[in-house]
Design a protein around this ligand. Structure first.
Ligand code: ATP
Length: 378
């Protein structure tokens, strides 16, 4: 069993605190993604698990065993760094074989080694490069070889630091799909670090969102997507970013500045002076004659004027002026033009309510629930 547990994990670099006591329980075989912006402490988290941070506090348990005082090479973790380390004088095949030759991992027959290397290199799409030297590879190929070096060896925990960052978008998407299929990967507890929310949603059994050295939310991709813990988490997932509209609260109702929309609030938000309403651009739709707003009041509707249309591949990103506030939405309808008056509609349950506007107390207002219809029930 190779579960991984972090108990109050802390790390400092001089006077700078990089991790403020992380707690997480990662199950045996789980694929756990740490998502966060640059500087959040993602790499430091992995290094602490590997035993590479001096003076780390708290505890790391692997398979229930406290790793405090256990040397990095005795932890049986395999870590891939963003900057790839390969032996320049060895071919790709030799680079991949070397971890299996070290003896610490049991004895591998040449056939077993060949089979494992074949499986990993086919998954990573580098099986045609086995005879090349690192200097003869592109950055993306080098990165995949470095990842291969980690994945060939059986370990209790894989620690992967942005392993796909040097690949182009198409290859990243293809590799994402392949990675989880790799046998060994499917069974080995993995902590995967990224700042790419799509990668996190696609790969993670669960996602831990890291901000300024704190895990601010841990949950399945669906939980983090549907009920973001705060406005920061909501903005971290999704492109275009979640719209945040400031609203004043009066008698359980919130009205956006400018009066473009009014919603009823869940009870937890009644005491707030103000709230932020979070609207994902893809949750908003343009209500038109063919798809009128829901007459039963199951949707919030807002009137606005399209001020900008930008192409996003097949769809279009619209900036809509709603009573002086810009609301971004995405549509596949090619007929919408700049200057059009439109009605935006969104299901009440998809209107996230965050307590307190940004800049007014907490810089990251927590989510307190979703909006309710005015004067009715959902
Ligand atoms: N060796 C170091 N000395 C001093 N400060 C450091 C050191 N390594 C990291 N830090 C600081 O600790 C914080 C966390 O760094 P870390 O590398 O863990 O972040 P990250 O989330 O992995 O960022 P990125 O996505 O940019 O790699 C940052 O503020 C960083 O500047």
């Amino acid at each position: 069993m190779s579960s991984l547990e972090l108990r109050g994990l802390g790390a400092r670099y001089g006077r700078k605190t990089a991790l403020h006591g992380l707690d997480a329980e990662i199950a045996d075989g789980e694929f756990f993604v740490v998502l966060g912006p640059s500087g959040a402490g993602k790499t430091t988290t992995l290094k602490c698990v590997a035993g590479l941070v001096e003076g780390a506090t708290g505890a790391v348990l692997i398979g229930g065993r406290d790793m405090t005082g256990v040397e990095p090479y005795e932890r049986n973790v395999a870590m891939a760094f963003e900057s790839y380390a390969l032996y320049p004088q060895k071919t790709v095949a030799e680079n991949l074989a070397s971890p299996l030759r070290s003896g610490r991992l049991g004895t591998w027959t040449p056939e077993q080694r060949g089979a494992r290397i074949g499986e990993v290199t086919r998954t990573l799409g580098i099986d045609h490069l086995l005879g090349r030297y690192p200097r003869e590879l592109s950055n993306g190929q080098r990165q995949r070889t470095a990842l291969g070096r980690v994945l060939v060896r059986p370990a209790d925990v894989y620690l992967l630091d942005e392993p796909l960052s040097h690949l182009d978008a198409k290859l990243r998407a293809a590799m994402r799909a392949e990675l989880k299929q790799l046998s060994g990967m499917a069974r080995t507890t993995t902590v995967y670090v990224t700042h790419d929310y799509q990668e996190a949603l696609a790969l993670g059994d669960r996602i831990g969102v890291l901000r300024e050295g704190r895990l601010v939310q841990v949950g399945t991709p669906a939980q983090v997507w549907e009920t973001p813990a705060d406005a920061f988490v909501a903005r971290s997932l999704g492109q275009p970013e979640t719209n945040l509209l400031e609203a004043r609260v009066h008698r359980g109702l919130a009205t956006t500045h400018g009066g473009g929309a009014t919603v009823a609030l869940p009870e937890e938000a009644h005491g707030a002076d103000g709230v932020l309403l979070g609207l994902r651009p893809r949750d908003l739709r343009i209500a038109g004659p063919s798809a009128p707003p829901d007459g039963a009041g199951r949707e919030l509707t807002m009137r606005g004027r399209v001020v900008l249309v930008e192409r996003l591949g097949r769809s279009r990103e619209l900036s809509v002026d709603v009573a002086g506030r810009t609301v971004i939405t995405v549509t596949d309808d090619p007929r919408v033009r700049e200057g059009d008056d439109v009605t935006l509609a969104v299901a009440w349950g998809r209107v996230h309510v965050f307590a307190g506007p940004a800049g007014d107390g907490s810089p990251h207002p927590p989510r307190v629930g979703s909006a309710l219809p005015v004067g009715g029930t959902r």
